[in-house]
Design a protein around this ligand. Structure first.
Ligand SMILES: [Zn+2]
Length: 413
């Protein structure tokens, strides 16, 4: 028996099996679906050209073509409109995706996931289209949909960072005349700094509380503001008001900081901030990372043959890494799965992160009761070989971060 890796993407030899026919028919259906999109767009183009030639308004052309397609295909107008929308996107905006579909390199479902994802972005580069296309050629629809969502989030986050950088360029301090001998001093600042300044003014103003002082908190804040800027130091203030430094609470999910993937960093009372800014605020020192991720550093990654049942922290880590059942295309959340020894314990399998994977009850049973073969690959991936000899690589949703051994640095605040 040749190694399973050799068989990947191999065209079956000899007389096609029934499974080969299923695959070929599905590929032909995809090719025809691509042609259908091209024809619908052509129909639309012709209708618009026709209306222009007759100098008629083109406003109702779309509606008319939609009804035409819906009636001819015996589908709803909503479904026909969707076909037209996806068709236009594939033919006009993402022709590479349409070409891949025409070669049956991706399925129609993959193509619609790409269109729906990319259409959420303002700016789609050729490089980004190539990136999602190569993923679509590899991943089943379930994992691909989740990956596409992460890519869209990543791209939108990049936009947030760019917008912030552009806005920072417009920072300024301005004086506007008021009435009764007053004036407005306005500073347009990055939100983090602005909140830090307000926080420090309040903290200092609160130390000025004494029985003889009848100023309101607002008045004290305004006075402290003037004292600090004019004197440049807090010597003018009472002893207990000196040395007060601002504190801004910032929440950065540890894994967002490590991998750039996951929920955005949030500043209390400000909202999401760009990841670069969050890294800068967190000092980005390896010591800080360690502090953030400390609960994970103690995880035992292997107990070898000592113990069949994985310790609780190893179980959590393996479940977190996979996020879902590790069968091809399965979407069942890992916390509802069994934890399976990929190489059976009775056949010498070890209890370690590289030999444990969550499988839903159905796929767990299938693995043990059928001719499917499953092998563990590096990084927690599983290689499934079907009874027909087809090979599928299932990679986990996340990778286990590697932790530095640098000594912890000082806290960032
Ligand atoms: Zn499953």
């Amino acid at each position: 028996m040749s190694s399973s890796a050799d068989r990947r993407d191999e065209v079956p030899e000899g007389i096609p099996s029934t499974l080969d026919w299923v695959v070929m028919c599905a590929d032909m259906a995809t090719v025809h679906a691509a042609q259908r999109y091209a024809c619908i767009v052509e129909l639309w183009d012709d209708a618009i050209a026709d209306a222009r030639r007759r100098e008629e308004p083109v406003a109702f052309v779309e509606r008319s073509v939609r009804l035409e397609v819906a009636a001819a295909l015996r589908i709803t107008e909503h479904a026909a409109g969707r076909l037209m929308g996806v068709g236009l996107a594939l033919l006009r905006r993402y022709p590479q995706v349409w070409e891949a579909m025409s070669r049956a390199d991706i399925t129609e479902t993959h193509a619609t996931i790409i269109v729906d994802g990319l259409d959420q972005l303002d700016d789609v580069t050729a490089g980004l289209v190539a990136e999602v296309l190569s993923l679509a050629e590899e991943l089943p629809t379930g994992p691909f949909r989740r990956t596409m969502k992460r890519i869209v989030d990543r791209e939108q986050e990049a936009t947030l960072a760019e917008q912030h950088a552009a806005a920072v360029a417009h920072r300024h301090v301005r004086v506007d005349a008021g009435v009764d001998g007053m004036a407005w001093l306005t500073a347009h600042l990055p939100a983090v700094e602005a909140n830090a300044i307000a926080g420090r003014l309040t903290a200092i103003a609160k130390t000025l509380d004494s029985a003889n002082d009848e100023r309101t908190l607002d008045q004290k804040r305004a006075d402290v503001f003037g004292d600090l800027l004019l004197d440049g130091e807090t010597d003018a203030l009472p002893e207990n008001a000196r040395g007060i430094r601002p504190t801004v609470a910032i929440t950065v999910p540890a894994l967002t900081l490590l991998t750039g993937d996951g929920p955005a960093a949030q500043v209390d009372g400000v909202g999401p901030i760009p990841l670069d800014k969050a890294r800068e605020l967190c000092g980005a020192a390896s010591g800080w990372m360690r502090v953030l991720t400390h609960p994970e550093t103690g995880v035992v990654l292997s107990v070898g043959r000592e113990q069949y049942r994985p310790p609780a922290d190893l179980r959590r880590l393996v479940t977190w890494r996979a996020a879902r059942c590790m069968a091809p295309g399965c979407g069942i959340p890992a916390d509802r799965c069994d934890l399976d020894h990929t190489t059976d314990w009775h056949h010498g399998g070890t209890t370690d992160a590289n030999n444990l994977a969550p499988l839903c009850r159905g796929h767990h049973t299938l693995k043990h009761q059928s001719d499917w073969q499953v092998r563990a690959k590096p990084g927690g991936a599983l290689e499934w070989t079907s009874p027909a000899g087809r090979v599928y690589l299932v990679t986990p949703e996340r990778r286990i971060p590697t932790f530095t051994t640098d000594p912890p640095g000082p806290p960032p605040f």
